[in-house]
Design a protein around this ligand. Structure first.
Ligand code: S3P
Length: 431
């Protein structure tokens, strides 16, 4: 599907963007391991999270959907069953990597595959430490790519330095740690999103976290059982980010985004925009189910260029392409570094942003680990490629709102991965 986004006068209204993708994944994966029925409200129904739902059904878990509530009938830590066929993980890195951790604790055999993008993404970062813990894992390119097989074993806890601060790697090891003899510790130079720890704590796992100036440590020991829980998933800050950016960029805009997750491991993009001069306010700040939530009020703002350094990347890792897009309208230079991880996301997001901006006539310098953009630059318009990456498609749709002749996005249907209602919502707030 191609989608054309034309220039608008202003962005206005109130939205509750879809629920958080990371928490939705975990609300199925973790509760599948609990003893009994858990309930999930506001579960995100989108491509990636439906992949997780399907995967755990194939692993023998009864999951029912009714009246906006998903009921997960967890069968305990050892209750999963060997799937009858290869499991298709679609486009979802989170499903794959977290499930590799879970499967490392199961004595049966599982094979996973995925779409072309997922088959290119590195899995060795999870496979290697899991093999060290005792799992039997095999796969293409020396266990680095799908298809990949896992046969769990008797695991032993390890201490692992999570150099890239990848939440998927950390989560996989903590999940395997539920089955390991002894203690499993993950050390991060910069804390990555901590939803797995938070949810495991609420389920009665034996887990401790310590935050120091230079590192974050999380340790887990096995337990006999996990308690079922009730989860209410807040709105996804990574989805809200597109509308925050839209309101900031388009003159005379004013928008309210409701129930947004503002966990400090996730709201780096909003903080960075404030640093650039954006008028963004959190109101009705509260804690729900152990997570920080707020409504966000955003108004059109004059922006100045900014620096993004390595330490800031984890809390805004999925929003960096959007930040680069916004930076085209900021006064002065924006320098993004330390974001090498973007090259191994659903697409090479540095290349995707640089190529598309250049196709639109925007000057941008590509760095190995980021990019440099000088603003403000006029956007005339043209055609861009989504690279079948949901966040690239949505990011350039936002730029379309201020492009003189609008922007046409190729393969725009990939927004289904995290935000099926995206174009409908964009139309709703576009005036
Ligand atoms: C995620 C972690 C991040 C993020 C991804 C979701 C998660 O990936 O980019 O969209 O839910 O744990 P990495 O763990 O590779 O940093």
């Amino acid at each position: 599907m191609e989608k054309f986004i034309s220039k608008v006068n202003r962005i206005e209204g109130e939205l509750r963007v879809p629920s958080d993708k990371s928490i939705s994944h975990r609300s199925i994966i973790l509760t599948s391991l609990a003893d009994g029925k858990s309930e999930v409200r506001h579960f995100l129904k989108a491509g990636d999270t439906l992949t997780t739902l399907n995967c755990y059904r194939k692993l023998g878990i009864r999951i029912e959907e009714s009246n906006q509530v998903i009921s997960v009938y967890g069968k305990g830590l050892k209750g999963l069953k060997e799937p009858e066929d290869i499991i298709d993980m679609g486009n979802s890195g989170t499903t794959t990597r977290l499930t590799m951790g879970v499967l490392s604790g199961q004595s049966f055999f599982t094979v996973m595959t995925g779409d072309d993008s997922l088959k290119r993404r590195p899995m060795g970062r999870v496979a290697k430490p899991l093999i060290k813990m005792g799992a039997k894992i095999d796969g293409r390119n020396n266990c680095n790519n799908l298809p990949l097989s896992v046969r769990g074993g008797n695991l032993t806890g390890i201490e692992f330095f999570n150099e890239k601060s990848s939440a998927q790697v950390k989560s996989a090891l903590l999940l395997a740690g539920l089955y390991a003899d002894g203690k499993t510790t993950v050390i991060e130079p910069i804390i990555s999103r901590d939803h797995t720890e938070k949810m495991l704590i609420s389920m009665g796992a034996n887990i401790t976290t310590e935050i120091y100036d230079t590192e974050y440590r999380v340790s887990i020991k096995s337990v006999d059982r996990l308690e079922p829980i009730k989860v209410d998933v807040p709105a996804d800050p990574s989805s809200a980010a597109f509308f925050v950016a839209a309101a900031v960029l388009v003159k005379n805009s004013h928008i309210k985004l409701k129930d947004v997750l503002v966990n400090p491991t996730r709201d780096g993009f909003f903080r960075k925009l404030k640093e650039m001069g954006a008028d963004i306010e959190y109101i009705n700040h509260r804690t729900e189910g152990g997570e920080m939530v707020a409504d966000i009020i955003v108004k059109h703002s004059h922006l100045k260029g900014v620096k993004v350094v390595k330490e800031e990347v984890p809390s805004m890792v999925d929003e960096i392409p959007l930040l680069a897009i916004v930076a085209t309208q900021a006064e002065g230079e924006t320098v993004i570094t330390g974001a090498q991880e973007l090259r191994v996301k659903e697409s090479d997001r540095i290349k995707a942003v640089v190529n598309n901006l250049r196709n639109l006539g925007v000057e941008v310098e590509e760095l190995e680990d980021g990019m440099i953009i000088k603003g403000p630059q006029k956007i005339k318009g043209g055609t861009v490629d989504s690279y079948k990456d949901h966040r690239i498609a949505m990011g350039f749709a936002i730029l379309g709102l201020i492009a003189e002749d609008g922007i046409k996005i190729k393969d725009a249907d990939c927004v289904f991965i995290s935000y099926p209602e995206f174009f409908k919502h964009l139309e709703y707030v576009s005036k």
